[in-house]
Design a protein around this ligand. Structure first.
Ligand SMILES: Cc1ncc(C[n+]2csc(CCO)c2C)c(N)n1
Length: 220
């Protein structure tokens, strides 16, 4: 089995827990409370800004032109396309510019982005891109899982379509290939660290939706 297949299998229980989340079930049947989706969107725009920075660091550190192209393109897409999607949702769901300005990253959002930033700052390129991968791969799996069971019309259709789009699947394939290549020339110790980064980022993906569903705030 390839490295990526192995780490994907290793997180199978986490993926099952993600696909079973009430946030996603209600997103698919259209019953998710607007307030939960607003919470998610505001947190996601904070997440995307930081994720774009992390991708830009991965681009700078990539040893191959393919890596530099993929991650710099990803950084641009994270800023442009996903923000455009959010802007449309902000209007649709009544998020005011003031609400966006005042939004503060929740523990789940700050934990995830800080974790990725720590990989970028203090860990190897291999670990960094293994930590970057679940953002693509988990969203692709979620998009493909939700799309066939989504009701139509659905207020969240644009979100679902974004992550079930074939072009998004292709971007996921390319990032996965870069992680596979990096793993192939890595030592067993680095490969183990990559698997840990992949698992932790997958955990944060679960926490991000859970946090939005509970409309999490800081306890103090
Ligand atoms: C918490 C969270 N995780 C993953 C994504 C999906 N995503 C964000 S940026 C990017 C790559 C470049 O656009 C992808 C796939 C998200 N939106 N929010």
């Amino acid at each position: 089995m390839s490295f990526c297949d192995t780490i994907w299998q290793d997180v199978a229980p986490l993926r099952r827990a993600i696909l079973a989340q009430p946030f996603l079930a209600e997103l698919a049947d259209g019953s998710l409370p607007t307030e939960s989706f607003r919470h998610y969107m505001l947190q996601d725009s904070l997440y995307l800004a930081e994720y774009a920075r992390v991708l830009a660091i991965a681009a700078a550190r990539a040893p191959t032109a393919a890596g530099r192209l993929e991650f710099s393109d990803g950084a641009k897409v994270a800023v442009q396309v996903e923000q455009a999607l959010h802007q449309a949702f902000f209007v649709q769901f009544g998020v005011t510019p003031e609400m966006a300005r005042q939004a503060e990253a929740t523990p789940a959002c700050l934990g995830y982005t800080s974790y990725l930033a720590s990989l970028a700052a203090t860990r190897s390129y291999e670990e960094l891109i293994a930590g970057i991968l679940p953002c693509f791969w988990v969203y692709w799996e979620v998009g493909c899982d939700i799309k066939p069971r989504a009701v139509s019309p659905n207020p969240y259709a644009a979100w679902i379509d974004t992550y079930a789009a074939p072009s998004f699947g292709e971007a996921t394939d390319r990032v996965r290939a870069l992680v596979g290549e990096a793993a192939a020339s890595a030592t067993p110790t680095t490969r183990a660290a990559m698997a840990t980064a992949f698992r932790n980022a997958t955990r944060y993906e679960w926490m991000f939706w859970d946090s939005a569903y509970r409309r999490e705030t800081w306890p103090i």
